[in-house]
Design a protein around this ligand. Structure first.
Ligand code: SF4
Ligand code: SF4
Length: 375
């Protein structure tokens, strides 16, 4: 199977991939929901971090534990845990992020029945003098809990090795984004989205080999395929699990050229210094320095400034906000982000999504109207 087909098949059924690959590798798997999960430590422990992205099926069992006004990521994740779809997991880690994830952690611990459960209570405010040391202490504690739970040692050398592995993966994902931005016609509209999903769920050694082979096969100057003549847009928001959005947008006349999604650029942005003396301080510094998500606090305008800069740097004509229904952190940030864009003369569109995107006809009309008004 070529790398792209492999990525597509993983995207299509990540759970089936995990089940089979686990049998081949014997690697234990730890689920996680958020880009603040310290994946490098999980990897350094010899475990496999697996991003949980809700469910494609109906949500029924989770509704006995959660209010219907929780986001579909949280409800879908619990549903998958309760209905046995995640039977390959050995446990999960819950970083301290939004209220919904914190409540989910308690419900998961009591009901999901996995062998291992971890909370990593990372600081919410990242702008105080003590935040960095606090972050390092929490990471240290998580390292020890992981080591105790799985009867292993996680040495500094192992963490440095994991940091190197992740930096290489992040560099490749960054190259993939740069290529798409330079020449959107190089890939089918939803290809990058599918590869990003694969990056977060595949056993990382295999993903690293496959993405390397994939990028080696890309010809950035392939005539006639690079310039689509379509307009350029940036996506902003939480998670996106809908490849149709990219395809419909292309049909409406626009290419997605960058994003600040939790399942997009936020996953790979920020390199970790490899020349320090304390690997946990290096990990903490990435969390402290990358642009915050709305569940963390740095200063009140940093995301707005970063989004405007991103649009300008990417020479995009506008921004589409993908807001997962009932996601309070992103909903609270939206008005001020929109104001920033308005003041900078950048048009934007707000799209509320659930497990399923809005009907195709409705989406096309909204996309076409929006794309028409872009420069
Ligand atoms: S918004 Fe923040 S807390 Fe929520 S999933 Fe994204 S990175 Fe995690
Ligand atoms: S940040 Fe939003 S989308 Fe992510 S888990 Fe929390 S409420 Fe759900």
């Amino acid at each position: 199977m070529n790398p792209l087909d492999r990525f597509k098949s993983v995207w299509n059924d990540p759970n089936d991939y995990a089940r089979k690959r686990k049998q081949q590798t014997g690697r234990k798997i730890l689920g996680y929901f958020c880009s603040y999960a310290p994946e490098e430590l999980i990897h350094a422990a010899g475990l496999w971090p697996f991003r949980l992205l809700g469910t494609k099926g109906e949500i029924r069992m989770a509704d006995t534990h959660l209010q219907s006004y929780c986001c579909s990521l949280v409800r879908g994740g619990l549903e998958a845990a309760l209905n046995g779809s995640l039977d390959f997991l050995d446990g999960a880690v819950f970083p301290h992020t939004c209220d919904s994830i914190q409540r989910l952690s308690d419900i998961w611990r009591l009901n999901a029945g996995f062998a291992h459960h971890f909370d990593a209570v990372l600081p919410v405010r990242l702008d105080t003098p003590s935040a960095r040391q606090y972050m390092i202490d929490v990471l240290n504690e998580f390292r020890q809990e992981l080591a105790d739970a799985f009867g292993t040692e996680i040495s500094d050398d192992a963490v440095w090795q994991a940091i190197g592995d992740y930096n290489r993966i992040r560099e490749k994902l960054s190259t993939l984004y740069e290529l798409r931005s330079r020449a959107p016609g190089l890939f089918d509209p939803s290809t990058v989205h599918r590869i990003m999903t694969a990056a977060m769920v595949m056993e990382r050694r295999e993903f690293s080999e496959q993405i390397t082979a994939f990028l080696e096969g890309v010809e950035p100057d392939a005539a006639g395929r690079s310039d689509t003549g379509r307009k350029r847009v940036v996506l902003s928001g939480g998670i996106c699990t809908h490849p149709d959005i990219y395809e419909l947008l292309a049909r409406a006349g626009a290419d997605v050229v960058w994003d600040d999604l939790c399942t997009g650029a936020r996953y790979f942005e920020g390199r970790i210094a490899e020349d320090g003396t304390d690997p946990l301080a290096a990990l903490a510094d990435r969390y402290m320095e990358r642009t915050v998500c709305p569940a963390k606090h740095q200063d009140i305008t940093v995301r707005g400034r970063a989004l405007v800069d991103m649009v300008r740097h990417q020479q995009a004509g506008g921004v589409i906000f993908l807001l997962l229904k009932f996601c309070d952190p992103h909903a609270f940030d939206y008005p001020y982000l929109k104001k920033f864009l308005d003041e900078a003369g950048i048009p934007s569109l707000l799209l509320e999504i659930e497990e399923q995107p809005p009907p195709e006809g409705q989406l096309m009309t909204r996309f076409e109207t929006f794309v028409d008004m872009l420069a």
